[in-house]
Design a protein around this ligand. Sequence first.
Ligand code: SF4
Ligand code: SF4
Length: 66
Amino acid sequence: MLEHITISEEDCIGCELCVSLCPASPCVFEMEDITAKIIHPEACEECMLCVENCPTNAITLSRSDD
Ligand code: SF4
Ligand code: SF4
């Protein structure tokens, strides 16, 4: 079970990669000005594409199960 997905606003450079890569429906992310925001965390499929491809490692996924 997904516990938490966060974006470091300090690190996000607004490249929009996470928005275009995320396969979830609805998309977990949305651009707000020049920063990606998490608007549908419950839709996350934990594919890790965003985490692995974010150029500044701004996205963190943590899990609650062991
Ligand atoms: S991929 Fe990373 S840097 Fe690019 S918009 Fe998403 S969070 Fe920001
Ligand atoms: S881990 Fe996958 S499904 Fe979850 S937000 Fe990132 S790209 Fe979307």
